[in-house]
Design a protein around this ligand. Structure first.
Ligand code: HEM
Length: 484
């Protein structure tokens, strides 16, 4: 087996796109296990791509002004494509992520309200407790062996979101069942999308997804049912919210006076659990891997962390105010999201009227019903928008205001009114976890392990990420030293 882990200069390995083929069935076959297989090399050079798939127009939109047209300026005429709902409905029902119009607007107002109450400072203790649990687990590992850091990051990300939603930790046994069910769901959902492109019936596709979805849904359903039962005797006005579930229960839309019903809560919590752990796990796993591959970047991030917390015992963890003093840490996280965006594509549909898509190479007619793909994976590695697009260079994010690519061609959290409301949550969590790891360990890659990246609902390594964690000597400065 060749060792693709050998980085080329400052270019980490990635599943490189295949040479151009116009044969759509060959492309769909290449995309069976990972949608990244659908892409041609050419897609990373053009502003807009177009093909005809069994009579339907399909566009790949890369040009930043066109991306804005679709996601911001004419967002109502380019809603989420119905395929998004079809592949996710068995799992998240009609939750915020895949619905459109007024149904989405009401949900978004309720979710925004809940997120305002569950502010970053208020959710920090949940992140802190989950990080301590991770560090305790790592502490018990045999340090001469490799650790699957992807598995550990999945566990901590799920633990953070469960503690945030429900004020209780995620038990290891329930985690195992849920992760297995979700990983099967991901694999099937990716294929379901290819099958749907080939016009296979929706009901047939959804049936194959329901079995795994029901394992996750029935678990969440019972947790919500217990909480609502607990509140049965009380008026909702008397609830003093202690977690995100409480804030979702009491949220009321000022325009319509609507609140979430019990069924709605199950849909939303299923989605928030997924959104909150899959994406964070993906980005944390990739960030730890990149830090191991690039020891100079790792040292620079560690030095930045230590410059702020070196006078503290390890037991006293990084705080939200410290995190604001880690610009390089934030740049590392952004560069990870640029190269390995957890949500690596979005699909939209053109509604109401035909339109023209004007790109530097010329105009394209976009009829009603066309499918448009916008891909952070492609745009953030596009050779026209990023110098040395495949190289890992966190410094690009240090002078964000001077760097127009950061404003126009960086969309790991989406863009416009449907932008991710969990972006600051995810950043706080990632920088806390990485900082605490770097305070304790040197991260070393396994030169014999070649990760297999797959683009499914999220971007994940199919065979884990093996790292060695070499304990560092810790010396907290005494207070007399720091006062000099
Ligand atoms: C690194 C972590 C994360 C990434 C990369 C990410 C990415 C995204 C993206 C790209 C979208 C929009 C997709 C589109 O326009 O089609 C989205 C939507 C969403 N995300 Fe995240 N997300 C992350 C973490 C989180 C977390 C931690 C939460 C909640 C705690 C969350 C909650 C949501 C919600 C509720 C939406 C739906 C917004 C809407 O449709 O109005 N996300 N996320």
């Amino acid at each position: 087996m060749t060792n693709k882990l050998k980085t080329k200069g400052d270019q980490p390995p990635w599943p490189e796109p295949k040479p151009y083929t116009s044969n759509i069935f060959r492309r769909l076959a290449r995309g069976w296990n990972s949608w990244l297989g659908l892409l041609n090399e050419w897609d990373f050079r053009i502003s807009i791509g177009e093909l005809n798939l069994l009579g339907k127009r399909v566009f790949l939109v890369n040009d930043p002004p066109l991306v804005r047209k679709v996601m911001v300026d004419e967002v109502e005429l380019f809603p989420k494509h119905p395929y998004t709902l079809w592949i996710l409905e068995p799992l998240i029902g009609r939750a915020i992520f895949s619905v459109n119009g007024e149904e989405w607007a009401i949900q978004r107002r309720l979710i925004d309200q809940a997120f305002q109450v569950a502010s970053l400072k208020r959710v920090f203790p949940s992140m802190e407790k989950a990080t301590r649990a991770l560090l305790n687990r790592l502490d018990l590992k045999d340090k001469s062996n490799y650790v699957d850091i992807d598995e550990e990051m999945t566990m901590i990300a799920a633990d953070v979101i469960i503690r945030t939603i429900l004020s209780r930790p995620l038990e290891e046994e329930e985690a195992n069942n849920i992760f297995k069910a979700f990983s099967r769901y991901q694999q099937r959902a990716g294929r379901a999308l290819v099958m749907r492109f080939l016009r296979l019936p929706k009901s047939w596709i959804q049936r194959s997804l329901k079995r795994d979805a029901s394992i996750i849904r029935s678990w969440i359903q019972s947790l919500i049912h217990d909480r609502l039962n607990h509140y049965k005797e009380n008026s909702l006005n008397n609830i003093r919210p202690i977690d995100l579930l409480d804030t979702l229960i009491i949220a009321k839309d000022p325009k319509t006076n609507k609140s979430f019903s019990e069924d709605d809560l199950v849909d939303q919590v299923c989605f928030l659990f997924l959104a909150g752990h899959e994406t964070s796990a993906s980005s944390l796993g990739m960030a730890a891997w990149l830090l191991a591959l690039f020891p100079d970047v790792q040292s620079r991030m560690r030095n930045e962390v230590l410059s702020v917390v070196s006078d503290r015992e390890l037991d006293s963890m990084v705080k939200p105010d410290d995190i604001r003093q880690f610009p390089f840490g934030e740049a590392v996280f952004n560069e990870t999201l640029r190269l390995y965006p957890p949500v690596s594509f979005f699909i939209r549909e053109r509604l109401q009227t035909d339109t023209t898509l004007k790109a530097p190479e010329g105009k394209r007619r976009c009829p009603v019903g066309s499918l448009l793909t916008l891909s952070p994976w492609v745009i953030q590695r596009h050779e026209k928008y990023w110098p040395d697009p495949n190289c890992f260079r966190p410094e690009r994010f240090l002078n964000q205001n001077e760097n127009s690519n950061v404003r126009n061609a960086f969309l790991p959290f989406g863009m416009g009114p449907r932008k991710c409301p969990g972006a600051s949550f995810a950043k706080q969590e990632a920088i806390l976890v990485l900082a605490e790891l770097l305070r304790r360990y040197e991260l070393l890659p396994d030169a014999n392990h070649e990760i297999e990246l797959s683009g499914l609902l999220t971007l994940r390594s199919q065979n884990g990420i093996q790292l060695k964690l070499k304990p560092l000597e810790h010396k907290a400065k005494s207070s007399s030293e720091t006062c000099v």
